[in-house]
Write a protein that binds this ligand. Structure first.
Ligand SMILES: NC(=O)c1ccc[n+]([C@@H]2O[C@H](COP(=O)([O-])OP(=O)(O)OC[C@H]3O[C@@H](n4cnc5c(N)ncnc54)[C@H](OP(=O)(O)O)[C@@H]3O)[C@@H](O)[C@H]2O)c1
Length: 254
């Protein structure tokens, strides 16, 4: 039996991270590489993905950059095909690409609502389907949901909240379809507040007000979320499936 810390190792594994061009996706790619995985990097901004490639290679692992619009199913399939052609296997999928919007419900247009759901929910499903077809036993999918999939936070976010709650349902169902039959575990993370380009868009004062609901009393460090991704992605999380883990400084208990 491997020692406890060895169970967190991703040596010899291949991970795909979507939304790897900025924010949390960069930290996930770096963390997975530090844990031993080769990493396939996807998002639309190819120039920014090159920056993440350097972080993965500096950790001593191989990286593959595949510019991808995750809301388009054929591009998701092409991403997984490219990963298989380059590395011959896919063990880990981190479904991280997402957009956050805040539009009052009486004003939100069909196109605005659809854009959020097509990326945050549908795109995760297209990625999971394409990966699920090629993943072997011992593989793991980590869907990046949000505390907004579980509660509210004072902004008009019907599209975002619906997409993130939908992702929790998707996680549960794929886990019951694949955990036993295919050996693929499927879990979700519900991050609280972490500094990123997405949270940079908040109006002054918003974050300070929300932090009053956070028992730990500060925003999260992306490395604290990457550690949870490595846990769920690796054999350390081998008996965990279908779950949504809030990494939120306690936000959802208040
Ligand atoms: N930061 C937080 O506090 C927080 C809290 C809860 C949940 N989350 C979730 O964490 C995830 C990452 O968010 P973040 O905070 O790191 O925000 P971010 O810095 O804005 O990153 C979003 C990522 O998604 C990618 N993306 C956007 N549209 C895409 C598309 N159509 N196809 C492919 N990639 C696309 C972006 O890359 P391109 O623009 O290059 O495509 C970028 O890499 C999101 O799912 C978000 O909902 C974040």
């Amino acid at each position: 039996m491997p020692g406890l810390l060895e169970r967190f190792s991703l040596d010899g594994r291949v991970a795909i991270v979507t939304g790897a061009s900025s924010g949390l996706g960069v930290a996930f790619a770096q963390g997975l590489a530090e844990a031993g995985a080769d990493v396939v990097l996807a998002a639309r901004r190819a120039d920014r993905l090159e920056g993440t490639r350097k972080l993965v290679e500096d950790a001593g692992r191989r990286a593959l950059v595949v510019p991808t619009d995750v809301s388009r199913q054929p591009e998701c399939q092409a991403l997984v095909d490219a990963a298989m052609a380059a590395f011959g296997r896919v063990d880990v999928l981190v479904n991280n690409a997402g957009i956050g919007t805040a539009v009052p419900a009486t004003r939100e247009t069909v196109a605005q609502f659809a854009q959020v759901v097509e990326l945050n929910l549908n795109g995760c499903y297209w990625m999971a389907q394409a990966c699920g077809r090629v993943m072997g036993p011992g593989s793991s999918i980590v869907n990046i949901s949000s505390v907004l999939g579980l509660t509210t936070a004072g902004l008009p976010q019907a599209a975002y909240s619906a997409s993130k709650a939908g992702l929790i349902g998707l996680t549960r169902d794929l886990a019951q379809q694949w955990s036993g039959r295919r050996g693929i575990r499927v879990n979700a993370l519900a991050p609280g507040f972490f500094a990123s380009e997405m949270t940079d868009q908040y109006k002054p004062g918003y974050l300070d007000r929300q932090l009053q609901r956070v028992p730990i009393g500060r925003v999260g460090d992306p490395a604290e979320l990457a550690a949870a991704v490595v846990f769920l992605a690796s054999d350390a999380g081998g008996y965990v499936t279908g779950q949504t883990l809030a990494v939120d400084g306690g936000f959802t208990i208040t």
